[in-house]
Design a protein around this ligand. Structure first.
Ligand SMILES: [Zn+2]
Length: 253
């Protein structure tokens, strides 16, 4: 995935996303990693969110693909730009981006806390107490080895929780995790339409793979559930096809 997935057609996405399986905001058993195609990601825009980790400047193309740090920076940039641009068209009131706490190393003494709890090992979070997004680099490296679309999905999903925290309660779906998937689909495919993100060959399959790898083994029944693979893919696809408003409860559409 590169900054500026052109969706060549909706058919491959629908096909890829219709098949799906996944855990919390991360983790889970996974199939063998796939080989990445190389891609060149432009530098993030200068107005990146305050607190964004400094982009690394490792050269492109020497390792068969972009580095995980570069893809994380690009995903943050693409996601914040999408919400900054489209919020006024969607919601009343101004938009303030969440803070980007960035990388943490879960399971160690220095792990940051959300409230009184250390951030979870090998996971990614939006912490309402502090209004920040953070990710364990082990999760990102593990997922990135399967495909670079992983980091875009994780960041856009967590950002979806930050958006939920900014909405009136009536706009937040009881299935919060699935709504976050829907919002992630709306952002990533909306960004492609805006020209700020380019889909490369294999990216839609990688997204389906990531949603599957991160899904619960059982269908959604409780507010804390993430939903099974077909549900996660279904919600993501809805957002991808029909945008942010399609992720909101029916009453407001
Ligand atoms: Zn989540």
């Amino acid at each position: 995935m590169a900054v500026p997935w052109y969706p060549r057609s909706w058919a491959p996405l629908a096909a890829a996303l219709t098949l799906l399986l996944v855990t919390g905001c991360a983790g889970g058993d996974v199939p063998a990693p796939r080989v990445e195609r190389s891609s060149a990601a432009p530098a993030p825009p200068p107005d990146a969110t305050p607190g964004t980790p400094t982009p690394l400047t490792s050269p492109d193309g020497t390792d068969g693909g972009t580095g995980v740090e570069q893809d994380i920076d690009a995903a943050v940039s693409v996601t914040t730009t999408y919400w900054q641009t489209h919020w006024p068209e969607l919601f009343t009131g101004g938009y303030n981006p969440p803070r980007i706490l960035g990388t943490y190393d879960g399971g160690t003494p220095g792990t940051p806390v959300c409230g009184s709890e250390p951030l979870p090992d090998d996971n990614a979070v939006y912490c309402p107490d502090g209004d920040y997004i953070a990710w364990d680099m082990d999760l990102m490296r593990w997922g990135h080895a399967r495909g670079d679309a992983w980091v875009y999905l994780v960041i856009a999903h967590e950002w979806g929780h930050a958006v939920q925290n900014r909405l009136d309660a009536g706009l937040v779906d009881l299935a919060r995790e699935l709504q976050a998937d829907c919002l992630a689909g709306a952002v990533l495919f909306g960004a492609a339409q805006d020209g700020t993100l380019t889909f490369e060959e294999g990216d839609t399959e990688e997204l389906a793979d990531a949603l599957t790898a991160l899904a619960d083994r059982t269908p959604w029944t409780d507010i804390s559930d993430h939903g099974d693979a077909s549900q996660r893919v279904g919600y993501f696809s809805r957002g991808a096809r029909s945008g942010v408003k399609s992720c909101l409860p029916d009453v407001v559409q």
